[in-house]
Design a binder for this molecule. Structure first.
Ligand code: ADP
Length: 814
């Protein structure tokens, strides 16, 4: 050891200007070497500058002293100059780099001072080593350059020292070379320098060369491996990032998420930061913590877990379905869990839509079947089974022509030719044959079926059994064509779409005019009947039938045609069928009858008036003569004449009403007084019933007092007539803000519900067989109703069969 270091140290005995570098493996060797360099300088009388750290300076001085050198004295003499390296360095640095001017000034003046007296200067400098240790390698190299520059103007020997371990690593190769170049001499580290013989050194060099080659090879190999690893990592990261599956990495110990790919964050709607550190159940992958832990346990056992369909709720509350596969594996001795989440929502929705569609097909009332281009049946629904009698097992795989009637086999080729062209066959009516050989009429719609590439691969056929429909249609056609009654088909808006000849004849139009769409209900109806036909349409929409109603149509010539119409809706369509009966003749007959009644009542009234006059004369004469018996007969005659007069008056009123000739006098009158008067009047004609009057209203109405009196009289007479078993009739008068109400209640035979709305019609009499027939003409209520209506009032009845009746009417108050 001693010898070795002496050898090294011998190289420092120069006295020449030079800048050499010394690499050391240990600090001790460095100090050894430096103390030899400095010691040698002191011995030969050189000035020495030690630009070192404090510990190094102290260590050096100790060693020098040990070697017998008078360090303190040399210092006093100015031969030994220790200077703090860090302090000097900071004086030279500007912005992290040594500034040439400052360096030249600080260090140059230091050397110049030491060189006074002409002695050689030796320097041990650690400033570069300090910069290197700080990691400021560029500054270190720059400082070496500045030392070299200074060497051009000053004479000195400079020893730099670097710890060898500071260059461990390939990255330093370039800088190491650079540093070596900055120095005029390079002293290798002690493992080499210590070797004593040339042979030993050559062997060491050879060994080093071998080591260097194998290291280079190893480095190259490692670099390759690192590169491959980097590429592979990059590739997997790309896959991870770009995957259309959600991927979660989970720590098996904590069960928390350690990594998540973008697809997953997007699917769930959470950010990556929100997901990291979460347990799977918290993001909805498991029902609860318990299920989550159970899955982790199972995974530890089986290494792979697969769930076909897991419902998942995204952050914004959407429900998605995923396929969940998690695997447990080892990476670098660490276990990791990888969960792959495949969004199958769309597939599931498609499956559901498919099932939904299949359910519709299955539950359809129409037969639905699929066939390929060769006509082989591929699917068959329940309705097809019911309609044709074949089960799906029997028919699937069979040719569709099995269902075709023998005389219609060629239809198949025609239909398939159209299907191949991509055409659809709509509502094609034809004949098919059931399994039992019976025939049925069907309406078929056949459409091409295309595969995902748009190629036609078969056809679907939807068939409806219209056998019954056809039969009904034939029956209707017979009725239509019989022309026994006018029949039309129209839409709700009122356009006549079809009609039979009988209907066209009633209105005087031709079929061509009908087909041209010129026949419109509103144009064919006189204005005053429009509201009637609108009511009929309303009833049609609400109930499906208008009921029979009388109206008038306008003949093409402009003549009015009275008709009886009944319209019914065709199923749930906006079209309807109407039946029209020309009632012109009946109306004509009614008119003649009305004229006859009018004439007859006039003719009867004249003799009856003189009859009544003479009866009065006779009565007076018999009173003078005191013939009581004859007077009694005359009184009875008078009663009958009065009845006859009333009947004739009613008939006259009726015919006047029909022709609108009934006159009304208009005056204000008191209701109470009129009711009182009439009640008293009628009470005078009956011994069987007691008429009870209730209520007083103290109000007046405006109208024909006699006619209103006639109404009340009618009601009272009916009440008495139709309650032979009772003895009381109640008359009530009441009012509200706007109207007076008069009601006449009896306790007689009553009126069944079905008759109640009809008794106010002309000539209507209830003629139930079990009822005793009461005398009358069935016109009293009609006249009463019309009179009340004419006064702006209302009349109605409340009754139950066998429980009496309460007739009521209102009149507006003045
Ligand atoms: P009529 O001359 O037949 O009484 P109306 O027009 O006065 O004619 O009455 C029509 C029909 O109404 C009667 O035929 C009878 O059947 C029924 N009717 C009228 N009033 C009553 C009543 N108070 N109770 C039961 N039925 C009545």
């Amino acid at each position: 050891m001693e010898t070795t270091s002496k050898k090294v140290h011998a190289s420092f005995q120069t006295g020449q200007s030079e800048h050499f570098v010394h690499f050391c493996e240990t600090d001790a060797f460095l100090m050894d070497s430096v103390s030899a360099f400095i010691g040698a300088g002191l011995r030969v009388g050189d000035a020495v500058i030690v630009l070192a750290t404090k510990p190094h300076t102290e260590n050096l001085e100790e060693r020098l002293k040990k070697d017998g050198l008078e360090v303190a004295a040399a210092r006093v003499r100015g031969q030994y100059i220790p200077i703090d390296a860090a302090a000097t360095l900071s004086k030279c640095m500007v912005d992290g780099s040594p500034e040439p001017g400052r360096f030249a000034e600080v260090v140059g003046s230091m050397i110049a001072l030491a060189a006074q007296g002409g002695c050689h200067v030796r320097i041990f400098g650690e400033m570069v080593a300090l910069l290197w240790a700080e990691g400021n390698r560029a500054a270190a190299i720059r400082l070496e350059e500045l030392w070299n520059d200074l060497g051009k103007t000053h004479s000195f020997s400079l020893c730099c020292a670097y710890p060898m371990q500071d260059f461990d690593g390939e990255v330093y190769e370039e800088e190491f070379t650079e540093i070596c170049q900055q120095h005029s001499r390079v002293i290798p580290a002690e493992s080499y320098t210590r070797l004593s013989s040339a042979d030993e050194r050559l062997r060491a060099i050879t060994l080093l060369q071998q080591k260097a080659t194998s290291l280079e090879a190893e480095i190259a190999e490692r670099k390759g491996a690192e590169e491959r690893l980097r590429v592979s990592e990059h590739r997997y990261r790309r896959l991870f990032e770009a995957s259309k599956d959600g991927i979660l990495m989970v720590d098996p110990c904590t069960g928390t998420i350690t990594d998540v790919n973008p697809f997953m964050t997007e699917l769930l709607g959470y950010t990556r930061a929100q997901l990291l550190g979460q347990e799977l159940w918290r993001i909805g992958l498991f029902r609860d913590l318990e299920a989550n832990l159970e899955a982790l346990r199972e995974l530890q056992e089986k290494y792979v877990l697969r769930y076909e369909t897991v419902p998942l709720h995204t952050k914004d509350g959407q429900r998605r379905y995923v396929e969940f596969v998690s695997t447990l594996y080892q990476v670098n001795g660490h276990k990791v869990i990888q969960c792959n989440i495949h969004d199958i929502t769309e597939r599931k929705q498609a499956e559901e839509a498919f099932l939904h569609l299949a359910a519709i097909v299955e539950s359809s009332d129409d037969a639905i079947l699929g066939k390929n281009l060769e006509g082989i049946i591929t699917s068959w629904n329940a309705a097809a089974e019911r309609m044709y009698g074949y089960s799906a097992e029997e028919i699937v795989g069979q040719p569709v022509t099995l269902l075709f009637a023998p005389d219609r086999q060629d239809e198949f080729t025609q239909i398939m030719a159209r299907i191949r062209r991509g055409e659809r066959v709509d509502h094609y009516e034809t004949m098919r044959v059931r399994k039992d050989g019976t025939r049925l009429t069907v309406s078929v719609t056949i459409s091409p079926i295309k595969d995902s590439s748009g190629t036609i691969v078969g056809a679907s056929a939807i068939a409806r059994d219209i056998t019954e429909h056809k039969r009904l249609e034939a029956k209707f056609r017979r009725l239509f064509d019989s022309n026994l009654i006018g029949v039309f088909v129209s839409d709700f808006a009122g356009t006549f779409l079809d009609a039979n000849d009988a209907f066209l004849d009633v209105l005087g139009y031709t079929r061509a005019e009908l087909l041209a769409g010129t026949m419109q209900r509103d144009a064919l109806t006189p204005p005053e009947f429009h509201s009637l036909s609108q009511n009929a349409v309303k009833a049609l929409q609400e109930t499906g039938s208008s009921g029979a109603y009388e109206t008038e149509y306008l003949h093409k010539s402009g003549r009015r045609i009275p008709v009886l119409v009944a319209v019914t809706r065709i199923e749930q369509t906006e079209t309807c069928i109407g039946f029209v009966l020309d009632i012109s003749e009946r109306k004509e007959l009614e008119k003649r009858k009305d004229e006859f009644i009018s004439m007859a009542s006039h003719e009867l009234k004249t003799p009856l008036t003189s009859f009544k006059g003479f009866l009065g004369l006779l009565q007076r004469r018999l009173t003078t003569q005191g013939d009581a018996q004859a007077l009694h007969y005359v009184a009875r005659m008078d009663t009958q004449v009065n009845r006859l007069t009333k009947l004739i008056n009613d008939l006259l009123d009726l015919s006047k009403m029909q022709t609108g000739q009934l006159d009304y006098r208009e005056e204000r009158f008191e209701v109470d007084a009129l009711v009182q008067e009439i009640v008293e009047n009628v009470q005078g004609t009956t011994q069987t019933h007691h008429l009870l009057l209730e209520g007083q209203i103290g109000a007046e109405v405006f109208g024909d007092r006699d006619r209103i009196g006639q109404v009340l009289m009618n009601l009272l007479n009916n009440a008495i007539k139709y309650s032979p078993q009772a003895d009381t009739v109640l008359v009530r008068v009441a009012k509200d803000q706007t109207k007076a109400l008069v009601s006449v209640q009896d306790f007689g035979i009553g009126i069944a519900k079905e008759h109640q709305h009809k008794i106010f019609e002309r000539f209507y009499q209830v003629t139930d067989p079990e009822e005793k027939t009461y005398p009358g003409l069935g016109i009293g209520l009609y006249i009463s109703y019309q009179i009340v209506k004419r006064h702006g009032g209302r009349m109605w009845v409340e009754s139950k069969k066998g429980e009496g009746a309460a007739f009521q009417f209102t009149l507006p108050l003045v």
